[in-house]
Design a binder for this molecule. Structure first.
Ligand code: SF4
Length: 326
């Protein structure tokens, strides 16, 4: 099946200045392929600074790729493309980012409905609020964003994204600013939208427990690269990369509360590597308890597994020169 939205071998470098004013290249995303399918939720997991937000913004066409391609329904997208606004919507960590805080909920939703030449009757506004479980709809329609709780506001932001009838929702840490007690409700809402609307969803998070709860597939990013991926079951039950194992081991019991983890990998391992001058070979080698000689100099190849998972790690690969010749 052709993915609805895909990043194919995408790289993004930013030019910036370092602390002493020198020009540097920030290698935010390198050679990443990620494909999103109708009716499936993919989670993109990694600590802050791993490049996951940059990848989401590339997928949403916020800025152009340095190399590689973004494809919508198999067609490469180059530059501004009207189809995008209707098909791909981003939901931010902070719902205020997508709402006009001075206008009532109904105004915010009507505006989104109209933007895409859709009639904006009261009935349409009520339908959207019903889809995100904000009932009684008429009551919520009249409220201002600041009169809502954080969870209700995020539901309005999701309703606003749905107003344009997208095929893809990209959720950038959509629950991380919410109270622990309501995170699960928002995750359940996203799961329902996948099932009832057939949306393709990308769920971006630093919290592998919530990724496990919600997702069909999990992809793990480290220092701008994708280092493991596959069906959620494969990644969680049989992690192949030491970094993924560490994320899982540091995470609280997923049955307890999805999204409740307070851990950051940094606390356990120190600072993540610089994206200006990343370590050679495997970028995880300075932090990896299993690092061997080739890890420090040679980039590990991608290795596929029968359970549908894959990783890039020398623990699972053999260098051609190490293979005995018959
Ligand atoms: Fe660790 Fe080497 Fe695997 Fe990198 S390639 S994760 S350093 S064992």
């Amino acid at each position: 099946e052709t993915p609805i939205l895909a990043a194919e071998d995408v790289t993004k470098h930013f030019h910036a200045r370092d602390g002493v004013g020198r020009h540097v290249t920030v290698r935010a995303v390198e050679n990443i392929t990620l494909r999103l399918h109708r009716g499936r939720i993919a989670a993109l997991v990694g600590e802050s600074g791993s490049g996951k937000t940059t990848l989401a913004r590339l997928l949403a066409q916020f800025y152009p790729v340095t190399s590689g391609e973004i494809r919508l329904r198999g067609e490469p997208v180059t530059g501004p493309d009207k189809r995008f606004a209707g098909e791909v919507q981003l939901v931010f960590q902070d719902p205020f980012a997508s709402l006009n805080s001075l206008r009532r909920v109904e105004h915010n939703l009507r505006r989104a409905l109209r933007l895409h030449a859709h009639p904006a009757a009261d009935e349409d506004v009520r339908e959207l609020l019903g889809k995100v479980n904000l009932t009684p709809e008429a009551e919520f329609a009249r409220k201002l964003p600041h009169e809502l709780s954080g969870g209700q506001r995020q539901r309005v932001a999701i309703a606003r994204a749905l107003a344009v009838r997208p095929s893809v929702l990209l959720g950038d840490e959509p629950i991380s600013m919410l109270d622990v007690s309501i995170r699960l409700d928002v995750l359940n809402l996203l799961a329902r939208l996948r099932d009832e609307e057939g949306l393709a969803l990308l769920y971006i998070t630093h919290d592998i427990a919530s990724a496990r709860y919600l997702s069909d597939d999990i992809f793990v990013m480290y220092a701008g690269q994708m280092i493991e991926g596959g069906p959620a079951e494969s990644v969680i039950q049989r992690p192949k990369h030491p970094y993924t194992r560490l994320l899982i081991d540091s995470s609280p019991d997923p049955e307890r509360a999805a999204g409740s983890s307070a851990f950051t990998v940094g606390e356990k391992l120190g600072e993540p590597p610089s994206l200006v001058d990343p370590p050679p070979g495997c970028r995880f080698h300075p932090r990896c308890p299993f690092a061997k000689d080739e890890c420090r100099t040679e980039v590990p190849p991608r290795v596929e597994f029968p359970d549908g998972g894959w990783t890039t790690c020398w623990l699972h690969a053999t260098r051609p020169e190490d293979t005995p010749t018959p």
